[in-house]
Design a protein around this ligand. Sequence first.
Ligand code: HEM
Length: 484
Amino acid sequence: MPAILAIMYKWDSLLPFTEQNFRLQAVSELFLLWRKTKLPLIASENYQPNWFHKHLNTLKEIHLSFQIHCGIYSPGQEWKDMRSTLSPAFTSSKMRGMVPFMIDVNKQMVGVIKNKMQAAGTDYLDIECKDLTTRYANDVIASCAFGVKVDSHTEENNEFYTNGLATALAPFRRLLALGYSTFPSVMKKFNVKVFPTESKTFFKNLVLRTMKEREKHNIFRPDMIQLLMEAKKGKLTHDEKASTETDIGFAAVEESDIGKRKVNAVWTDDDLVAQAVVFFLAGFETISTTMSFILHELAMNPDVQEKLYAEIMENEARTSGKFDYNAVQNLTYLDCVITETLRLWPPLVALDRLCVKDYNLGRANRKCKKDFIIRKGESVAISVYSIHHDPKYFPEPYKFDPDRFSEENKHNIKPMTYMPFGVGPRNCIGARFALCELKVMIYQVLQHFEVKVCEKTMIPARLDTTTLSMGIHGGHWVRFKLRH
Ligand code: HEM
């Protein structure tokens, strides 16, 4: 169990559940610990999303420490304007243009794995998937967000990878980031920098240089840089078609009216650089974590893998090998597999909100004499992990069962009980991008390899308590076996 979650659970189980300990004072902020699904705020019928704004957010502080003015993580108008400006960049129609880049990066990765097998003279390879998928996620973001081609599987220490992962996301930096989400005022007071200066300079130069070159040579590439350039000119808008398209997956959350508003805000180059960096930071670890768990579950559940492989082969036959956005969108069992993995192993285990209006939750249990009121100004942590594992909402919650999300069963999922990408207007802006990326990878991996358990596969999987991110203790080891 990741450390942060462990703390929540430990506090929870150590103390008998009374109204007094329902509130725990954490330094300057009041942190409400959500007792295991006893009071699932957002599952309550009276929930008013507008009364809870996003509050504690590490990435906002990364922005501050990046020293680039930007509003996506700040509360209020600035965030609204940035969200409305950027949300058109993440509609299905824009994702369609980026899928070919993802396919290319994945082909590169498949080729590297095959070469390693050839060099070893075998038809299989035991792989630690977290490392593999971290490199894949790095190369996809490099291509889709920054417009550069890198191969982190071959050039293991390329500049992009080292500036991103090794520097910006090193364990020490994560601790600083956690500090910002737990004690923001203290961290701000001491002006602690989460984002290292050398990485900041690297990314800034990269984005601005690429934008300049594109302007100069009139280059069009349908990636994030292009969309950010359009956003700056006020040309990035929601197209009508996007709203009529079928969504990319069950887990995707519909953009709120805030995201669909038209805005006339003026953005500087620095604002745009900061956005590209935020996309990198927000979509890097989450993606590699999810992929590693999908591969683990596929190895552990060969029947699921067989069914998924059959769906992929069927698509290959139907489309004569044409793999594109339409194919990604139409593979229903692939969607079930990814949706279920995000339920069982949500990479972000909790959401945070700030109460902006007193909110009465009622009595916590029969022993309580008074209603429990969350007061304006208090912070709330919502345990996604607990709600996803509540047998009331998901029977046999620890079982990996993609069919929960099948066409016949998905109507049983209660609104607000499934939220790997969050809820409300501040949900994950990159959910569609993430789902495309995950689907492209799993499709192409299964096309070429069978994934199986090996000696090093951790059975049963236990969460690593020594890191801040979700991961299996001992690593995500599986065997990739070449399909003949
Ligand atoms: C499996 C992958 C991912 C998961 C599980 C995930 C999950 C989340 C969650 C839970 C939130 C907070 C939502 C809330 O508080 O209601 C969030 C916010 C966000 N995510 Fe993701 N994310 C993923 C991938 C991505 C990617 C690929 C990008 C960008 C390319 C991205 C960009 C963002 C941004 C910018 C926010 C802040 C949105 C705002 O405040 O308006 N995420 N994500």
